[in-house]
Design a protein around this ligand. Structure first.
Ligand code: ATP
Ligand code: MG
Length: 173
Protein backbone atom coordinates (compact mmCIF):
# COMPACT_ATOMS: atom_id res chain seq x y z
CA UNK A 1 0.00 0.00 0.00
CA UNK A 2 1.29 3.45 -0.87
CA UNK A 3 2.16 5.53 2.17
CA UNK A 4 0.84 9.03 2.66
CA UNK A 5 3.31 11.76 1.95
CA UNK A 6 3.83 14.59 4.40
CA UNK A 7 4.64 18.27 4.31
CA UNK A 8 7.73 19.21 6.28
CA UNK A 9 8.94 22.72 6.99
CA UNK A 10 12.42 23.60 8.23
CA UNK A 11 12.72 27.25 9.21
CA UNK A 12 14.56 29.53 11.67
CA UNK A 13 17.81 31.51 11.66
CA UNK A 14 20.18 28.68 12.55
CA UNK A 15 22.36 26.74 10.13
CA UNK A 16 21.06 23.41 8.92
CA UNK A 17 17.81 23.95 7.02
CA UNK A 18 18.94 23.09 3.50
CA UNK A 19 21.24 20.35 4.71
CA UNK A 20 18.41 18.80 6.79
CA UNK A 21 16.24 18.68 3.67
CA UNK A 22 19.08 17.17 1.63
CA UNK A 23 19.76 14.65 4.40
CA UNK A 24 16.15 13.51 4.07
CA UNK A 25 16.56 13.36 0.29
CA UNK A 26 19.61 11.13 0.80
CA UNK A 27 17.56 8.91 3.08
CA UNK A 28 14.70 8.63 0.55
CA UNK A 29 17.09 7.91 -2.32
CA UNK A 30 18.51 5.03 -0.32
CA UNK A 31 15.10 3.39 -0.50
CA UNK A 32 14.97 3.86 -4.26
CA UNK A 33 12.54 6.77 -4.00
CA UNK A 34 12.49 9.40 -6.71
CA UNK A 35 13.48 12.86 -5.55
CA UNK A 36 13.30 16.34 -7.05
CA UNK A 37 15.11 19.35 -5.58
CA UNK A 38 14.18 22.87 -6.69
CA UNK A 39 16.32 25.68 -5.32
CA UNK A 40 14.87 29.16 -5.28
CA UNK A 41 16.80 32.45 -5.20
CA UNK A 42 20.24 30.84 -4.92
CA UNK A 43 22.32 31.46 -8.04
CA UNK A 44 24.66 29.19 -9.91
CA UNK A 45 27.60 28.10 -7.82
CA UNK A 46 29.88 25.23 -7.00
CA UNK A 47 27.90 23.89 -4.06
CA UNK A 48 29.15 20.44 -3.09
CA UNK A 49 25.62 19.08 -3.01
CA UNK A 50 25.04 20.09 -6.64
CA UNK A 51 28.28 18.47 -7.75
CA UNK A 52 27.26 15.31 -5.93
CA UNK A 53 23.69 15.38 -7.28
CA UNK A 54 24.95 14.84 -10.83
CA UNK A 55 26.27 11.45 -9.73
CA UNK A 56 23.04 10.23 -8.14
CA UNK A 57 20.30 8.36 -10.00
CA UNK A 58 16.61 9.08 -9.31
CA UNK A 59 17.44 12.69 -8.41
CA UNK A 60 16.41 15.70 -10.51
CA UNK A 61 17.81 19.10 -9.50
CA UNK A 62 16.72 22.55 -10.69
CA UNK A 63 18.13 25.99 -9.87
CA UNK A 64 15.62 28.84 -10.12
CA UNK A 65 17.43 31.92 -8.99
CA UNK A 66 20.19 34.38 -9.77
CA UNK A 67 21.71 34.69 -6.32
CA UNK A 68 20.51 36.30 -3.11
CA UNK A 69 21.48 39.91 -3.83
CA UNK A 70 18.40 41.93 -4.74
CA UNK A 71 18.80 45.39 -6.16
CA UNK A 72 16.00 47.69 -7.21
CA UNK A 73 17.07 47.51 -10.84
CA UNK A 74 16.87 43.73 -11.02
CA UNK A 75 13.90 42.99 -8.80
CA UNK A 76 11.46 42.44 -11.67
CA UNK A 77 13.75 39.87 -13.22
CA UNK A 78 14.29 38.16 -9.85
CA UNK A 79 10.54 38.04 -9.34
CA UNK A 80 10.02 36.50 -12.77
CA UNK A 81 12.73 33.85 -12.24
CA UNK A 82 11.16 32.99 -8.89
CA UNK A 83 7.67 32.74 -10.40
CA UNK A 84 8.91 30.59 -13.27
CA UNK A 85 10.57 28.42 -10.63
CA UNK A 86 7.32 28.00 -8.78
CA UNK A 87 5.47 27.14 -11.99
CA UNK A 88 8.06 24.40 -12.44
CA UNK A 89 7.42 23.26 -8.85
CA UNK A 90 3.69 23.08 -9.55
CA UNK A 91 4.37 21.00 -12.65
CA UNK A 92 6.67 18.62 -10.77
CA UNK A 93 4.19 18.28 -7.92
CA UNK A 94 1.36 17.46 -10.33
CA UNK A 95 3.52 15.06 -12.39
CA UNK A 96 3.28 12.30 -9.74
CA UNK A 97 6.79 11.22 -10.76
CA UNK A 98 8.31 11.79 -7.34
CA UNK A 99 8.13 10.50 -3.80
CA UNK A 100 9.88 13.57 -2.37
CA UNK A 101 10.23 17.15 -3.58
CA UNK A 102 12.48 19.65 -1.79
CA UNK A 103 11.57 23.31 -2.29
CA UNK A 104 14.71 24.94 -0.93
CA UNK A 105 14.47 28.58 0.23
CA UNK A 106 10.82 28.73 -0.85
CA UNK A 107 9.78 30.74 2.23
CA UNK A 108 11.32 33.87 0.74
CA UNK A 109 8.92 34.00 -2.22
CA UNK A 110 5.89 35.17 -0.21
CA UNK A 111 8.18 37.13 2.11
CA UNK A 112 9.47 39.26 -0.78
CA UNK A 113 6.02 39.45 -2.40
CA UNK A 114 7.24 37.43 -5.36
CA UNK A 115 4.29 35.06 -5.02
CA UNK A 116 1.10 34.96 -2.91
CA UNK A 117 1.38 32.38 -0.15
CA UNK A 118 -2.10 31.13 -1.12
CA UNK A 119 -0.67 29.78 -4.35
CA UNK A 120 1.87 27.71 -2.43
CA UNK A 121 -0.84 26.47 -0.07
CA UNK A 122 -3.01 25.46 -3.06
CA UNK A 123 -0.15 23.52 -4.63
CA UNK A 124 0.53 21.73 -1.34
CA UNK A 125 -3.16 20.90 -0.85
CA UNK A 126 -3.38 19.42 -4.36
CA UNK A 127 -0.28 17.25 -4.12
CA UNK A 128 -0.45 13.56 -5.01
CA UNK A 129 -1.10 11.51 -1.89
CA UNK A 130 2.21 9.63 -1.81
CA UNK A 131 4.34 12.75 -2.33
CA UNK A 132 6.26 14.30 0.55
CA UNK A 133 7.37 17.91 0.26
CA UNK A 134 10.06 19.68 2.29
CA UNK A 135 10.14 23.47 2.37
CA UNK A 136 13.10 25.38 3.77
CA UNK A 137 13.94 29.01 4.49
CA UNK A 138 13.81 31.59 7.27
CA UNK A 139 10.71 33.42 8.52
CA UNK A 140 8.11 30.96 7.24
CA UNK A 141 4.66 32.42 6.62
CA UNK A 142 2.08 31.37 9.29
CA UNK A 143 0.03 29.69 6.54
CA UNK A 144 2.97 27.43 5.70
CA UNK A 145 3.42 26.58 9.38
CA UNK A 146 -0.28 25.74 9.55
CA UNK A 147 -0.39 23.44 6.54
CA UNK A 148 2.84 21.55 7.33
CA UNK A 149 2.63 18.25 9.23
CA UNK A 150 6.10 18.61 10.69
CA UNK A 151 7.71 21.96 11.49
CA UNK A 152 11.25 22.36 12.80
CA UNK A 153 12.67 25.72 13.78
CA UNK A 154 16.45 25.75 13.83
CA UNK A 155 17.72 28.32 16.26
CA UNK A 156 21.18 29.89 16.02
CA UNK A 157 23.10 29.83 19.30
CA UNK A 158 26.29 30.81 17.59
CA UNK A 159 27.81 30.59 14.14
CA UNK A 160 31.51 30.58 13.30
CA UNK A 161 30.79 33.37 10.80
CA UNK A 162 30.27 35.77 13.73
CA UNK A 163 33.91 35.15 14.71
CA UNK A 164 35.10 36.02 11.24
CA UNK A 165 35.33 32.46 9.95
CA UNK A 166 34.37 32.56 6.29
CA UNK A 167 32.08 30.10 4.51
CA UNK A 168 33.98 26.84 4.24
CA UNK A 169 33.99 24.33 1.40
CA UNK A 170 32.26 21.12 2.40
CA UNK A 171 30.51 22.77 5.37
CA UNK A 172 28.74 25.88 4.03
CA UNK A 173 28.82 25.14 0.32
P1 ATP B 1 22.83 24.98 5.34
O1 ATP B 1 22.76 25.17 3.83
O2 ATP B 1 24.24 24.97 5.83
O3 ATP B 1 21.98 23.85 5.82
P2 ATP B 1 20.75 26.88 5.98
O4 ATP B 1 20.00 26.35 4.81
O5 ATP B 1 20.13 26.68 7.33
O6 ATP B 1 22.22 26.30 6.00
P3 ATP B 1 20.52 29.57 4.91
O7 ATP B 1 19.68 30.50 5.69
O8 ATP B 1 19.98 28.98 3.65
O9 ATP B 1 21.05 28.40 5.87
O10 ATP B 1 21.89 30.30 4.68
C1 ATP B 1 22.69 30.24 3.57
C2 ATP B 1 24.15 30.18 3.95
O11 ATP B 1 24.44 30.84 5.17
C3 ATP B 1 24.66 28.76 4.14
O12 ATP B 1 25.96 28.70 3.62
C4 ATP B 1 24.67 28.57 5.63
O13 ATP B 1 25.62 27.60 6.04
C5 ATP B 1 24.99 29.94 6.14
N1 ATP B 1 24.35 30.20 7.44
C6 ATP B 1 23.28 29.57 7.96
N2 ATP B 1 22.95 30.05 9.17
C7 ATP B 1 23.83 31.01 9.45
C8 ATP B 1 24.03 31.91 10.57
N3 ATP B 1 23.24 31.86 11.65
N4 ATP B 1 25.07 32.80 10.47
C9 ATP B 1 25.85 32.83 9.38
N5 ATP B 1 25.73 32.02 8.30
C10 ATP B 1 24.73 31.12 8.33
MG1 MG C 1 19.31 27.15 3.08
Amino acid sequence: MATNGRILLVTGNGKGKTTAALGTAFRALGHGHRVCVIQFLKGQGQYGERLMAKRIDNLDWFICGRGFVFTKENIDEDRQVARDGFALAEEKIASDLYDLIVLDELTYLPLYDFLPVERIVAALRGKPQRLSIIITGRDADPQLIKIADTVSVIESHKHAYENGIKAQKGIEF
